[in-house]
Design a protein around this ligand. Structure first.
Ligand code: F6P
Length: 320
């Protein structure tokens, strides 16, 4: 029987398991054998592959992480590595692969398609940094986790009349910081997409809010801006307000996926199998206008991200 394979690659994201489940179940329903490849592209190179059945993905829709494990594979990222992986796929009689991951994983999928193995990419990353898609699997869960954590930080910042500088993940993308910053009412939101000035965008805003009686502050920093610990020191020195820094880190990557991530992952996983069934290749499944659609990988990789400046400006006006 013809088989398809599924792998997760790059940083894990909550909802990847829901996507794996959808691919396995849809694949089997449509008459394919489904192989689970462990640890991303590394599993193709080392033959770490298992035959999946309907029950292999039972009870994983609500679990964080990825049951297939994940990795970033330097060996695969060479022409020889891609060739070796393509040959492994042919030996396994694999007619197509669903790759769940970010931009780096999509580049791998494009190269593997070029070497004769049809690939379909699914956007899975907490960063929401895939230009072609309005939404990436894991983003909703990460945002909600960050909000929950910062609500806790706020309790203690408020009790002590302190300022808390909080860094969220996102690599070079400010989406997590923006959404979370709005949701927690951060006094300032620093993202790599928008230039900022220490005095004007942080200190002046804190002083202004102080005049109307505000005595505790959350300053939101995107990972791509960095310097969070030093920034907290500088704020304390300049304002005399006791300031603490918190880097939320990998807590944002784990946890049970939200309803949204489970549903989007299920729809996208199903769509990927439909595409392979129809003989399509080199496509990514994306969200556009709230709908699940697909696009050529090469075209998707050439797109530029658009930052939501409107929401950023709204945040500045109402978080005062
Ligand atoms: O892409 C997800 C992400 O968590 C980014 O936000 C972050 O920059 C990076 O991965 C961290 O990678 P690692 O887990 O390898 O340290």
């Amino acid at each position: 029987a013809k088989s398809i394979a599924v792998l997760t690659s790059g940083g894990d994201a909550p909802g990847m398991n829901a996507a794996v489940r959808a691919v396995v179940r849809a694949g089997i329903s449509k008459g394919f054998g489904v192989l689970g490849v462990r640890r991303g592209y590394n599993g193709l190179l080392s033959g770490d592959v298992e035959e999946m059945n309907l029950r292999s993905v039972s009870d994983i829709i609500g679990r964080g992480g990825t049951v297939l494990y994940t990795a970033r594979s330097p060996e695969f990222n060479t022409p020889a590595g891609v060739q070796k992986a393509a040959e492994a796929c042919k030996k396994l009689n694999v007619v197509g692969i669903v790759v769940i991951g970010g931009d780096g994983s999509f580049r791998g999928a494009r190269d593997l398609t070029g070497a004769g193995v049809p690939c379909i990419g699914l956007p899975g990353t907490i960063d929401n940094d895939i230009a072609s898609s309005e939404y990436t699997i894991g983003f909703d869960t990460a945002m909600n986790t960050a909000v929950e954590m910062i609500d806790r930080i706020r309790d203690t910042a408020e009790s002590h009349d302190r300022c808390s500088v909080v860094e969220v993940m996102g690599r070079r993308c400010g989406d997590l910081a923006l959404q979370v910053g709005v949701a927690v009412g951060a006094t300032s939101i620093l993202v790599p997409e928008v230039e900022w000035d220490f005095q004007k965008d942080i200190i002046d805003r804190m002083r202004f809010a102080q005049k109307s009686g505000k005595q505790h502050f959350i300053i939101m920093v995107a990972e791509g801006v960095g310097g969070t610990t030093e920034l907290a020191k500088k704020i304390q020195e300049t304002t005399g307000i006791e300031t603490r820094a918190t880097i939320l880190g990998h807590v944002q990557r784990g946890g049970s996926p939200t309803l949204r991530d489970r549903v989007v992952a299920s729809e996208m996983g199903y769509r990927a199998v439909e595409l392979l069934e129809a003989g399509s290749s080199n496509r990514v499944v994306i969200m556009r206008g709230g709908k699940i659609v697909d696009l050529d990988i090469t075209e998707a990789l050439s797109m530029q991200r658009v930052f939501d400046k409107k929401l950023y400006d709204i945040a500045l006006q109402i978080s005062i």
